[in-house]
Design a protein around this ligand. Sequence first.
Ligand code: GLN
Length: 266
Amino acid sequence: MTKMLKILALLLVITTVVFAAGCADQGEEGAEEGAEEEMPTYYVGTEAQFPPFEIVDDEGNIIGFDVDLMNAIAEDQGFKFIYQDQDFSGLIPALQTGNIDIIASGMTITEEREGQVDFSEPYINAGLALAVTVNNEEIQGVDDLQGKTLAVQTGSTGFFKAEELKEAGIVAKIKDFPHVNEAIEEVRIGGADAMINDIPVTNAFIAAQPGVIKVVGEPLNSESYGFAVREGNTELLEKINTGLQNVRDSGKYDELIADLPNYMEE
Ligand code: GLN
């Protein structure tokens, strides 16, 4: 009988210990979930066909310099984000209507866009360049574009530059496409004489697919990329700017730049 009681007592102790441990576990999990819930989540819009800044990898993940930099800023500032891949020309409207909170898409800071969104501090320099098929000897620069057809990405700074050249009576026709690779394809098949696009991105396409197009002439301008938030969203803008500064100060920014292939110009 005594033995029986001892066994029962032992069982009771074991049950209590196991139960208590279970509760403790749950408690910790609960606390973790709580912390995650407190971390704000932002929707980041991007047009993920713009290497080396954003591109979809074989597993369907969006990767690239903008993603790495956003990751570093988010880690520094304690927020999470979800990427949303969409056409470039729809990014500003999506930001304005609240479908997304941030644009991270190799977006150039321009005066016109400054009137529609709030930009972060510039995070990288780029610029536009003209490209033609590798065999084209006729077009050596903008001066040779008289009466020619240009292919560009819809709503991009390359598109606006093409419009300027058309208004000036130089370029005859503009064909615009949602993605840069489609503009390149148009030049390849002879549907357009040349294309205008961001230099590092054109160079990335050339590196990935040599023998199709080449860059000609001098860079057409110099541009700076910024992250964009809705007008007046100073709280988020401050987080991005502070995070960007911290990422620069810590040396992480230089690491990310070093990861960009050496075709990236300063
Ligand atoms: N930098 C160019 C612009 O802002 C192109 C950006 C892009 O196509 N992702 O218009």
